[in-house]
Design a protein around this ligand. Structure first.
Ligand SMILES: Nc1ncnc2c1ncn2[C@@H]1O[C@H](COP(=O)(O)OP(=O)(O)OP(=O)(O)O)[C@@H](O)[C@H]1O
Ligand SMILES: [Mg+2]
Length: 493
């Protein structure tokens, strides 16, 4: 200020300084040959320069943070030597109140002397402390986010508009077997089996067009992914999208569900095996019952019948006056009659031979007559034509369900009317047993030591059907059963 620059006209320099003053800028103007620095009033007011002559070059040493000073001095030396045209540095400076603040310092060579060496360097100081704090916060929240992303159990993968991987967390490394460096910047398709590439690409693009922010991938279908080892595995994935400064990016969160899937399949298989085993064991039992039943009916029945005929002959040929003998014969006939009846009953309980000989409809008719006679209620039976000769194993199971339902109606319901309806609808048989008795409650369905209703449910379960048992108090009970007709059997013949 006091000595004019060698090659700058005095009035122009004054005008420049006036402008600086008006704008309130923190600027400096270094006269290199003169070894002095002009500092603007704003510069001096803000930063803690020592009192006294402000032109001293090394006054900077007392306002710049000791850690940052070497860098600063190196830049100044470069400018002074003319090896660079300009320099920028972010460093800490001390304010008048003693606080250190981050500033951005810029300087450039403003003019050179006739020898070409720098003569004047000008520059500015801007307080960027708030910006720095913001950047610190951003860095901190970035680190916190990274921590969360990395501690997640699920794999998190981000891709850009070109479907190239931009983020790959620890779980993703573990699941896919890749290091981040192997995948970052690579197309997402490296994680998907080749045959799904087209479909996948379309899916993401289409999703991008919807503008929806997030949704599960392929709603109910499990997507297949590819490990580094080449192994394919099922995943559960959801995708979300965000737009930052015009760039769309997608984040996929996914879980390896191969263990879950395997367990689910094994469980389903075990259930199916168990069901088949139950069917087989029930069928074997029915066959065994059928054999014993027939034996009782044919062998025992025949013998008892011939005994009865012999007894009748004896009675006919015994002299009238032998009263004692005749009495014994009569008593024998009574025992024989009840033995025949018992044999029939046991044989029918084991398995109604009618089922094998005359078909389901006839067997149900006989059952309805028997129970209504025994319990004293009316049974209304309706069997449609398609169900009349239902094949095994359905026929036996339907018969047993009807038998248990009618017995229950007799024992518990105090019913007056029971309706039994059997119909074939499409590939299913529908059985309804409905009484007008006292009805049953939820507690009846879980009664300890009662196996009738449990048995019905089990029979239905092993035939892969469904059953509904309803009974409001005083409204009677309804048992509705639906059983699929196995394809091989073909339902009605
Ligand atoms: N039709 C019905 N009306 C009213 N209550 C019923 C009817 N059927 C069943 N119940 C009630 O439900 C209970 C359970 O029936 P379930 O057939 O399972 O066993 P149970 O008949 O008592 O014994 P069992 O094991 O000999 O069949 C019965 O004890 C009865 O209280
Ligand atoms: Mg019962």
């Amino acid at each position: 200020m006091r000595s004019p620059e060698p090659n700058v006209p005095r009035d122009s320099e004054d005008r420049w300084r006036e402008a600086v003053l008006t704008a309130g800028l923190a600027v400096f103007d270094w006269d290199i040959p003169g070894r002095r620095i002009y500092r603007s009033p704003e510069m001096l007011a803000t930063w803690d320069y020592p009192e006294g002559p402000n032109e001293a070059v090394d006054a900077a040493r007392s306002v710049i943070h000791p850690d940052d000073f070497p860098d600063f001095w190196a830049r100044m030396t470069e400018l002074q030597g003319g090896t660079v045209e300009r320099a920028i540095l972010e460093m800490r400076m001390r304010q008048r109140d003693g606080a250190w603040r981050w500033v951005r310092w810029r300087a450039r060579i403003a003019s050179r002397g006739p020898d070409g060496r720098p003569a004047r360097v000008v520059g500015t100081v801007n307080d960027i402390h708030e910006l720095w704090k913001g950047r610190d916060l951003a860095r901190e929240s970035q680190m916190r986010l990274q921590g969360i992303v990395d501690s997640a159990m699920d794999a998190i993968i981000s891709i850009d508009d070109n479907q190239r991987i931009t983020l790959f967390n620890r779980a993703a490394e573990r699941i896919f077997g890749y290091e981040p460096l192997e995948v970052l910047g690579q197309p997402l398709e490296m994680l998907i089996p080749g045959r799904f590439h087209g479909e996948h690409h379309r899916h993401v693009e289409q999703f991008g067009r919807t503008g929806v922010s997030s949704r599960p991938m392929m709603a109910q279908r499990i997507v297949t992914a590819l490990r580094k080892s080449g192994e394919e595995f099922p995943i559960d994935a959801s995708i979300s999208q965000n737009e930052i400064r015009g760039h769309r990016f997608f984040t996929v969160i996914l879980r390896d569900v191969s263990v879950r899937e395997r367990t689910r399949r094994e469980l389903a298989q075990a259930r199916e095996d168990l069901r088949e085993l139950s069917v087989a064991s029930r069928t074997a039992r029915e066959q065994e019952n059928s054999r014993i039943s027939r034996e009782l009916h044919d062998e025992l029945g025949q013998n008892l019948t011939s005994l009865k005929m012999d007894l009748a002959w004896l009675e006919a040929n015994t002299p009238r006056e032998d009263a004692k003998f005749l009495q014994t014969l009569s008593a024998m006939r009574a025992v024989l009659d009840s033995t025949v009846a018992a044999t029939r009953r046991i044989s029918a309980d084991l398995r109604p031979l009618m089922l094998d000989d005359l078909g389901l409809a006839a067997a149900m008719e006989w059952l309805a007559e028997e129970t209504s006679r025994r319990h004293g209620f009316r049974v209304e039976l309706a069997v449609d034509e398609a169900s009349a000769n239902l094949a095994e194993p359905l026929a036996s199971q339907v018969y047993r369900i009807v038998q248990e339902s009618l017995t229950n109606a007799g024992r518990h319901a105090a019913a007056r009317n029971v309706r039994v309806a059997l119909r074939t609808i499409g590939r299913e048989v529908h059985l309804d047993v409905e009484d007008d008795g006292r009805g049953l409650g939820p507690e009846d369905l879980r009664k300890k030591g009662s196996f009738g209703l449990v048995g019905i449910r089990e029979r239905v379960y092993i035939l892969a059907g469904s059953v509904e048992i309803r009974g409001d108090a005083g409204q009677g009970t309804v048992i509705h059963v639906r059983l699929p007709i196995p394809p091989a059997e073909g339902g009605a013949p």
